[in-house]
Design a protein around this ligand. Sequence first.
Ligand SMILES: Cc1cc2nc3c(=O)[nH]c(=O)nc-3n(C[C@H](O)[C@H](O)[C@H](O)COP(=O)(O)OP(=O)(O)OC[C@H]3O[C@@H](n4cnc5c(N)ncnc54)[C@H](O)[C@@H]3O)c2cc1C
Length: 295
Amino acid sequence: MTDTAAFLRPATLDEACELKAAHPDATPIAGGTDLMVGLNFGHTRPAALLDLTAVPELRAWRRTDDAVELGAGVPYARVVAELGDDLPGLARASRTVGSPQIRRRGTVGGNIGTSSPAGDALPSLLADRAVIEVRSVRGVRQVPAGEFFLGPGRNVLADDEIVVSVRLPRARGPQQFAKVGTRNAMVIAVASVAVSLDLTANAVACAVGSAAPTVVVPEPAETYAADHLDWSGRTPLHPEVAARFGELVAEGTSPIDDVRASADYRRHAVSVVARRLLGWAWAEAVRPRGTEGTR
Ligand SMILES: Cc1cc2nc3c(=O)[nH]c(=O)nc-3n(C[C@H](O)[C@H](O)[C@H](O)COP(=O)(O)OP(=O)(O)OC[C@H]3O[C@@H](n4cnc5c(N)ncnc54)[C@H](O)[C@@H]3O)c2cc1C
């Protein structure tokens, strides 16, 4: 840190954009739970830090009729505490991030900025077709989450842009998330899956993390499940449908062998987790009213 040239601390969003335009090589910092690790290990030496923690617009969320606009600087602990009803999938994913300390500092915007395929917030954003709002002095861009990430650590942000918020539809049915790791907590996902049901549109959404260079959306699996669930009768999920869904989700991935797992293990884990999540989500959908929370 000693050779960091400048520490910029805007108090408004406009000021943040002006500073980013004037210092395009400044690195934004929110919770610092990714950035400070890189700094401490000497992996990154930003010319300047743009501290976003005093920008009130980034630390707020807003509910509209059908969506939630989540400020980039809202930490996971608040997603868990405040948005479990509106965004149950993202809240479940947030609950799996790090430790209580990391969840109080770490933000969804930071997860987006890091752009790791293992980021736990990202599968829910892609499954639910979230839209990421980015801003600069040049204006505002609304980027679908599915178009934002280009590869590990790479995204479409220009040098003068910052992430302002992410817009997610409010849940219209059960949403599930699970990750596979080498232990239960404080672990980078070996594979992660988000599944959402839309009981109004009779649709299934899914996204997979840590099993390709970016989080992927297995559209054939989504279509297959939507076509094979009994939306009107709400009869139990047939095991063959669940298993085929899992296979199709795994077919949509392109995992690699690395220190955490082999590609074969990842593919297998994805198919098992996807099958289970569809089963859990459908069980919630068919459960008689008043028996929520009995699983
Ligand atoms: C012990 C530990 C455990 C962890 N466990 C998990 C885990 O289980 N799951 C998981 O997904 N992650 C985990 N992480 C990683 C980290 O906590 C998350 O990625 C978190 O979301 C980062 O958010 P942050 O606010 O701390 O980001 P920062 O570290 O502040 O920033 C991360 C990156 O995003 C950029 N950035 C931040 N905000 C913006 C913005 N508004 N606009 C543009 N760019 C921005 C920064 O420039 C930087 O490149 C862990 C980290 C630690 C240290």
